[in-house]
Design a protein around this ligand. Structure first.
Ligand code: SF4
Ligand code: SF4
Length: 618
């Protein structure tokens, strides 16, 4: 039994072993047949008087060189164990009993002894390619995030390029065929791609592609430099329950997003925070995502200490994929016949999955990175295998084949969705209003106004004159070329709510012909320094009268009814109470109650304010 530091053990034993083998070879060359014949299974028994120390039959230097790549205590233990089988007889038999004869014994070769070794250089190359793919993915998405912040060619934002956005918007998509704000069809496409990958290759998205996983791996490498091979381990009593946290995060934030029709996880999401590191105003980014930045720092610091900290404990996307893994077609399987129980696979696993004792890796914690496969020293012992073929053997794929297949699924998904216009890599550009046409809330989608849109672009697209923008947002004529998000953000306003809502009101007023300043649309509005924002009027078709009694709004009334009766456009109800189009047909009382609001006070007060603002109340 070898104990203690493996290198030390090797150092102390090798000189003795070499000496004894040399003597034996000198004395009995041709009798002992200690090399090729043993490899073929002819084991020798030695007279016990030669001594019982099995180190006497230690391998030659060349044989040790062959064995050395295992490079750990188990590998060295295995080296000696295998030698005991081959050179068996220095005082012991397979069962450890003393033996006395020096006759060669053909004991038959077990699969373990026959199994060829893996190509170590190929394994090293596969690990390097995997890390390179992860890193390139991280670099590309980081560049897109920076580009979005910098306004390069209107690159889409992080929310539209993240599969978790697809989960968040799923409910609103099902019930009202709409996307939550900031999310787009691209998020749903990404979610579908990731789910397809999971159904075929378990969590290979995590192991090969996820950019946040890549970021954590690089921070893990810092930990590797600090602690070498003796990295700290999370105590089992804490690790086990903490692994369930990610499922809680998934359920809580999916439920919150679905019930509030908002991206509930956004302020806490470390990936969203990371993608805002290139924001022109870090102060604004910090104000918006301070918790996300803290979680990001924790995730990366945690990954220095424990591999893939966020993946293990907090990632809701990983939790969803973990739930899908039982359905997956390809799994990592271990061939127990050739496995030498060296546990190199266990040591290589960043997720602390025990591979060396199972037949099939079924753990939902496994991110299918194949690092265990690429650490196994015995060929074809750990493999990614799928369905059985006619001959009863399973389809087996190497690491590069799995990686190639995953990339192919992503490439095909993106190519098809881009070609069909489902996947938008850039934000929709604002078309200029055609001269003579009336821009209305129906013909202009206010959600196309983004933070990166300039005032001038928005003015041209909506037909709202520059003077109205200048007056409303307190900007100068020169600032009409500035991005709306930065300018209004500096004054505490928000594009998604304040600016879009104002534009909507302007267009409604325009449509009703009640605007005093918004002219008929022209191609290029000219600034009018003294202009004021147009007066606002109720929506077309409204039955609102100045005698509308807000007390007639009751909890059993639907939002749609209330909108019709009050004349306050549905868009304002949706924006105010954060509800979807489908929810407009729900009763006001129960819906606002889930948001902690009350019909008699909150809703009626808001309606009163709206009507007063529109001068519909006395
Ligand atoms: S668990 Fe989450 S963060 Fe980790 S690799 Fe998977 S999706 Fe990425
Ligand atoms: S079990 Fe293997 S494939 Fe799964 S996470 Fe661990 S090393 Fe990666």
């Amino acid at each position: 039994m070898i104990v203690g530091d493996p290198d030390q053990a090797r150092e102390s034993r090798e000189p003795v072993a070499d000496a004894v083998v040399s003597i034996m070879t000198f004395v009995g060359e041709g009798v002992l047949h200690v090399s090729k014949e043993h490899a073929a299974g002819h084991h020798l028994k030695f007279d016990s008087t030669l001594g019982s120390d099995r180190r006497a039959a230690a391998p030659t230097r060349e044989q040790r060189e062959d064995e050395r790549p295992t490079g750990n205590q188990h590998g060295i233990h295995q080296m000696f164990t295998r030698q005991r089988h081959t050179y068996k007889g220095i005082g012991t038999n397979r069962g450890g009993s003393p033996v006395t004869s020096m006759e060669p014994v053909a004991t038959g070769v077990t699969p373990k002894e026959r199994a060829p070794k893996t190509d170590r250089s190929k394994q090293t190359r596969n690990r390097a390619v995997r890390l390179a793919v992860l890193t390139v993915g991280l670099a590309i998405i980081t560049l897109l995030g920076y580009g979005h912040q910098a306004g390069w060619g209107k690159v889409a934002g992080v929310d539209a390029l993240c599969p978790f956005g697809g989960i968040e918007t799923l409910w609103s998509l099902i019930i009202s065929a709409t996307f939550l704000q900031r999310v787009a069809a691209s998020s749903v496409v990404l979610l579908a791609i990731v789910v397809v990958i999971a159904v075929v290759f378990r969590r290979s998205f995590c192991g090969y592609i996820c950019p946040f996983g890549a970021l954590q791996e690089w921070f893990g490498k810092i930990g590797g430099l600090i602690w070498k091979k003796r990295r700290p381990e999370m105590p089992a009593w804490l690790d086990r329950p903490a692994r369930y946290l990610k499922y809680v995060v998934l359920v809580v934030f999916a439920a919150l997003s679905w019930t509030t029709a908002t991206l509930a996880i956004r302020p806490y999401d470390p990936w969203v925070a990371y993608m805002h590191l290139g924001s022109p105003s870090l102060a604004t980014a910090w104000a918006d995502f301070s918790i996300g930045f803290v979680v990001l720092a924790l995730a990366l610091a945690g990954s220095i200490v424990y591999d893939r900290f966020f993946c293990k404990y907090l990632c809701p996307m990983g939790a969803l994929l973990a739930i899908i893994t039982p359905l997956s077609v390809f799994k990592i399987r271990r061939n127990a016949d050739t496995c030498t129980s060296c546990k190199a696979c266990d040591k290589a696993c960043p997720m602390n999955v025990v591979v060396s004792t199972v037949e099939t890796v079924k753990s939902p914690e496994c991110i299918d990175c194949s690092l265990c496969v690429e650490a196994c020293p015995v060929k074809d012992t750990l493999e990614v295998t799928g369905p059985k073929k006619k001959d009863g053997k399973r389809v087996a794929l190497g690491t590069m084949a799995v990686l190639g297949s995953v990339i192919a699924i992503i490439a095909v998904g993106l190519a098809v969705s881009t070609a069909t216009g489902t996947f938008a890599w850039t934000l929709p550009t604002l078309a200029e209003a055609k001269p003579g046409t009336l821009v209305t809330p129906e013909t202009f989608d206010v959600e196309t106004i983004k933070g990166s849109t300039t005032f001038a672009e928005a003015s041209k697209a909506t037909g709202i004159p520059a003077s109205a923008w200048i007056a409303k947002w307190g900007i100068t004529e020169e600032q009409m070329g500035d991005k709306i998000g930065e300018a209004v953000g500096a004054n505490g306003f928000d594009v998604e709510t304040d600016v879009r809502e104002w534009v909507k009101q302007q267009l409604e007023a325009n449509m009703n012909g009640s605007s005093s300043t918004a002219p008929a649309p022209t191609s290029t509005p000219t600034p009018e320094p003294a202009a004021t924002a147009p007066a606002e009027t109720p929506a077309t078709g409204s039955s609102t009268t100045s005698s509308f009694d807000v007390d007639t709004i009751v909890g059993s009334m639907t939002f749609a009814d209330a909108a019709k009766k009050s004349g306050i456009p549905e868009s304002e109800w949706k924006a105010k109470f954060k509800i979807t189009g489908a929810q407009m047909n729900e009763k006001i009382g129960p819906t606002v109650k889930t948001k902690g609001l009350d019909v008699e006070t909150d809703v009626r007060t808001w309606v009163t304010e709206q009507l007063a603002a529109k001068r519909l109340l006395p």
